[in-house]
Design a protein around this ligand. Structure first.
Ligand code: NAP
Length: 490
C-alpha cells in the first residue's frame, strides 16, 4: 500500500491519546500554528480519541485551555483559535476493546483517497492493539499513515516486536517514527550547512576534524516521569534516539538527493559503522551517573531516589560515551556524547572541533591559538557559531583572540521559530519521511546500545553519584581530559 503523492487537500488527523500530556502540550498547539499559517485546508478534521467520556464540545473547551496554557500570549489569537477548534471533534474509545470503533469510522469519510493520519500518542504497549483494530475495523485505507513516538522499544527485541505489530497492518512507507529532534530547525540546517555550502565538506573528515561533542543537558530531574524514567534511563531515553540521530547527521556521507530513503540509507551506514562497546572497554568508554541532592533551577533540590520515592535504583540519569565510527572518513575521530538530568544548564549542542594549525607564525606573547570550532546550538537559542582566530583590534602589538562568528537564526531572520512538531505533523500529511526514522535505523541503534547495557550489567558498573547542578560525575570530565581535550564551554 503506497500513500498518494503530496497534497494540500483536506485531511483527517486522529490523535489517540488526544487528552494526554503530549497532545495538549505539543500536538494541538502545533496543529493550531499550522492552521494559523494556512496549512490546514478547509474541510480537514482533527479527532481526539481516549477512554474518558467527553462531548466534542468539551474537547474543544479542553483544547482552548491547552492552547492558552502552552502557546505564548503573543502567538495566541482568539479568532484563529475559534477557527481551529471548529475542526475538532472527539470520540471515546478504549483501544483495548472493540466498542467505539464504529463511531470513529462513521466520523471519517469513506473516500479512500483522502489522507488519514493516526497519531499514537499513547504508551507503546497499546500500539499493537490500535493497529490491529484499525485493520480489523476497516480504518486502515491505502492513504493512511500512522505516527508512533518514542520509546520505540527498550532493546532490540522489544523494538522488533513494536515494529512487527505495526508492520503487520501498515507498510513501511505508511509508518512515521517521530524523533522530534529531527524536526528542529537547526538540525535541518546542519544538512544545509554541510551540503549547501562548499566551505565545510572538504574539511569534514579525520584530516581536519579533531573530535566531535554532542551534549543534551537538562536542568530538570526525573520528577513526574519517575516510574517511566526508572525503567528507561539516560542511555535508552536520550542516546538511542536523539543523540544517535544527531551523530548520524554529522557523520553521514552526502546523500545523492534530499530524498527520504537516500538520507536514511546514509544514516544507517553510520549506525552500522559504530564501533561496538562491550565488556572489555565499557568502563573506559562510558560513564554512568545518578544525581543526588544539590542546587539547581535557583534552589535546593532533592536527589533521584527521593524524587522517584525509590529506596534503591540502578538507573542512570547521566551518561557519557566516547563513540567511534569505524570508516575511512572518521577513523580516529572520537565522538563524545553526554546527556544528563539536573545539570547546570538546559541546552542541546553539537561541537565540531577542528584540528590545530600545523605551525604558528605568531610571537609567543601574541596569545594561544585555539582550534576552530563550529558550534551548532539545537536548543534553545537555535543558531550556529563558527569560532575563529582574529587579531585583537587596536594599534597595540599583535594579540590573538578566539571569537565566534554568530549566526543566530532568530535574530537574523526575525521569524518565529516553529516547534519541531509543527513541521513533522504536516510532513506526515505530505507523505514526506525525510525527518522520520526508518525501521532499520531504529534497530541498528538498539544493536549498538544493547551491548553497552549488557556490559554494564555483567561488569556490575553502577551509576556514580553526582551533585545536582554539577556537570555529572568527575569521571565524565576525565573521559575527555584523558585524551587531552575538554568539554566545550568548561
Ligand atoms: P499521558 O498524559 O498519560 O496520556 C495518555 C493518553 O492516552 C491519554 O489521553 C489517555 O486518556 C489515553 N489512553 C490511555 N489508555 C488508553 C486506552 N486504553 N484507550 C484509549 N486511550 C487511552 O501520556 P503522554 O505524556 O501524553 O504520552 C503519550 C505517549 O507519548 C507515551 O508513550 C510517551 O512516552 C510518549 N511521549 C510523550 C512525550 C510528552 O512530552 N508527553 C514526549 C515524547 C513521547 P484516557 O486516560 O482518558 O484514556
Amino acid at each position: 500500500m503506497t500513500p498518494p503523492a503530496k497534497s494540500a487537500s483536506p485531511f483527517d488527523y486522529v490523535v489517540f491519546g488526544g487528552t494526554g500530556d503530549l497532545a495538549r502540550r505539543k500536538l494541538l498547539p502545533a496543529l493550531y500554528h499550522r492552521c494559523c499559517d494556512g496549512q490546514i485546508a478547509e474541510g480537514s478534521r482533527i479527532i481526539g480519541v481516549s477512554r474518558r467520556k467527553l462531548s466534542s464540545e468539551a474537547y474543544r473547551t479542553m483544547t482552548r485551555e491547552a492552547l492558552r496554557d502552552f502557546i505564548p500570549v503573543a502567538e495566541y489569537d482568539q479568532d484563529a483559535a475559534d477557527r481551529f477548534v471548529k475542526m475538532l471533534s472527539y470520540v471515546a474509545v478504549d483501544v483495548s476493546g472493540d466498542s467505539g470503533w464504529d463511531k470513529l469510522k462513521k466520523m471519517l469519510p469513506s473516500d479512500d483517497g483522502r489522507t488519514r493520519a493516526f497519531y499514537l500518542a499513547v504508551g507503546p504497549g497499546l500500539f499493537g492493539e490500535i493497529c490491529g483494530r484499525l485493520g480489523r475495523h476497516g480504518l486502515a485505507t491505502p492513504a493512511t499513515r500512522v505516527v508512533i513516538e518514542k520509546p520505540l522499544g527498550r532493546d532490540l527485541k522489544s523494538a522488533n516486536e513494536v515494529n512487527a505489530t505495526v508492520g503487520a497492518v501498515f507498510s513501511e512507507d505508511q509508518v512515521f517514527r517521530i524523533d522530534h529532534y529531527l524536526g528542529k530547525e537547526t538540525v535541518q540546517n546542519l544538512m544545509v550547512l554541510r551540503f549547501g555550502n562548499v566551505l565545510y565538506e572538504p574539511l569534514w573528515n579525520s584530516s581536519r576534524i579533531d573530535h566531535v561533542q554532542i551534549t543534551v543537558a537538562e536542568t530538570l530531574g526525573a520528577e513526574s516521569r519517575g516510574s517511566y524514567y526508572d525503567s528507561s534511563g539516560a542511555l535508552r531515553d536520550m542516546v538511542q534516539n536523539h543523540m544517535l540521530q544527531l551523530l548520524c547527521l554529522v557523520a553521514m556521507e552526502p546523500p545523492d538527493s534530499y530524498d527520504a530513503n537516500a538520507i536514511r540509507d546514509e544514516k544507517l551506514k553510520v549506525l552500522n559503522a559504530l564501533r561496538p562497546i562491550g565488556e572489555d572497554d565499557v568502563e573506559t568508554l562510558t560513564v554512568r551517573g545518578q544525581y543526588r541532592a544539590g542546587a539547581a533551577n535557583g534552589g535546593a533540590v532533592s536527589g533521584y531516589l527521593e524524587d522517584t520515592s525509590l529506596e534503591q535504583s540502578n538507573t542512570e540519569t547521566f551518561v557519557a560515551v566516547k563513540a567511534e565510527i569505524a570508516n575511512w572518513r572518521w577513523a580516529g575521530v572520537p565522538f563524545y556524547l553526554r546527556t544528563g538530568k539536573r545539570l547546570p544548564a538546559r541546552f542541546s549542542e553539537i561541537v565540531i572541533a577542528f584540528k590545530q594549525i600545523p605551525h604558528s607564525i605568531f610571537p609567543k606573547n601574541a596569545g594561544a591559538i585555539h582550534g576552530n570550532r563550529l558550534v551548532i546550538r539545537v536548543q534553545p537559542d537555535e543558531g550556529v557559531k563558527q569560532w575563529i582566530m582574529i587579531k585583537d583590534p587596536g594599534s597595540g602589538s599583535m594579540r590573538l583572540r578566539h571569537v565566534p562568528l554568530d549566526m543566530s537564526f532568530a535574530e537574523e531572520f526575525q521569524v518565529r521559530h516553529p516547534d519541531a512538531y509543527e513541521r513533522l505533523l504536516l510532513d506526515v500529511i505530505r507523505g514526506d519521511q525525510t525527518l522520520f526514522m526508518r525501521r532499520d535505523e531504529v534497530e541498528a541503534a538498539w544493536r549498538w546500545i544493547d551491548p553497552i547495557r549488557d556490559a554494564w550489567e555483567t561488569s556490575g558498573m553502577a551509576p556514580k553519584p553526582y551533585i545536582s547542578g554539577s556537570w555529572g560525575p568527575s569521571a565524565a570530565i576525565a573521559l575527555i581530559e584523558r585524551d587531552g581535550r575538554a568539554w566545550h564551554g568548561e
